[in-house]
Design a protein. Structure first.
Length: 309
């Protein structure tokens, strides 16, 4: 197979595949496939109507579930067998990562001896857009209080949708946010990941026009006294879902409810029925924050390992 790293030149065919398959999972989105090549050294291969993707972690290769560009599932076994045949001389296990429950069942039906491992840290949080934009009901009263607190302290705050004119301001916030978190992340050993994330964010912004045209890249910037203090970046994942890739708020404004405000303001502009706010990575604080918005669905994911030979 002709494996190569995904680039912006691949965005149209990856987005076509995403739309035709009605993806809800963020790891199958066209933008994420391209952005996270920088972190996971991922590669794609297109064989006929099938798109294959693999990535590397700890020098081991993992594969995504193969997807037909036109959304067909008729020849999944044939597609998987293509991978098994290619790997037969390299290893004894074909490892699939970020597999959805429905995909897991397909693989188990085809390969009953496959080993399945739940990976809850990779599961996506799916929210109803209307609920995030309205924040109605008793359960979300604390979120409304956070917004009122922010409005009271910063009555002159404003929000702008992401556009070519304010991209440099997003970079400015990201630079400041990284400086704020430099010491803590250095001590925790996560600075390299945050610096890599900054590179990915800048790459997304530098290619905003292409991503916006093909994948509806959008987002917004939150201002206080005309100074940018928070941002989010998102793109259309499929007909029903928009995926929030990044969301950052500077510390002083975070304490006053800035994350709640940027979340709410963006949700008011989202054009899809659902919002995917991605995984919690197994981080307790992040899990608690995501659960506090009461997701409509927790999109479970699994690792599926199939023997070769």
């Amino acid at each position: 197979m002709d494996w190569r790293k995904p680039t912006v030149a691949d965005v149209d065919i990856l987005q076509e595949c995403a739309l035709n398959n009605n993806f809800f999972a963020n790891n199958y989105g066209a933008v994420n496939s391209i952005l996270y090549e920088k972190k996971f050294h991922s590669q794609i291969a297109i064989d006929g109507e099938w798109i294959f993707e693999k990535f590397f972690e700890d020098e081991k290769s993992y594969f995504s579930f193969p997807h037909n560009i036109h959304g067909k599932l008729d020849d999944v076994k044939q597609a998987v067998e293509v991978l098994r045949k290619e790997l037969c001389s390299e290893c004894k296990i074909l490892s699939f990562e970020n597999i959805l429950a429905s995909e897991k069942e397909i693989l188990l039906e085809l390969y009953p001896d496959a080993k399945v491992t739940a990976t809850p840290e990779s599961g996506d949080y799916i929210y109803c857009t209307e609920k995030l934009s309205g924040l109605a009901g008793k359960k979300l009263s604390r979120k409304r209080n956070h917004i009122h607190q922010f409005q009271k302290k910063y009555p002159q705050f404003s929000y702008e949708p992401l556009n070519e004119q304010n991209l440099s301001l997003v970079k400015e916030v990201e630079e400041k946010w990284l400086k704020e978190n430099f010491s803590v992340s250095s001590e925790a050993g996560t600075l390299f990941d945050l610096e890599a994330e900054k590179e990915i964010i800048f790459y997304a912004l530098d290619n905003f026009e292409a991503f916006s045209k093909s994948c509806g890249m959008t987002g917004g910037v939150l201002f206080v006294c005309e100074n940018p203090v928070a941002f989010c970046i998102a793109s259309v994942l499929s007909q029903k879902v928009i995926d929030v890739h990044f969301e950052k708020c500077l510390a002083p404004f975070d304490h006053d409810g800035g994350y709640t405000v940027i979340n709410n303001e963006f949700s008011k502009t989202a054009s899809t029925e659902f919002i995917n706010r991605e995984e919690d990575l197994g981080i307790d604080g992040l899990r608690k924050a995501k659960l506090s918005y009461y997701p409509e669905q927790m999109l479970e994911k699994f690792r599926v390992e199939i023997g070769i030979g």
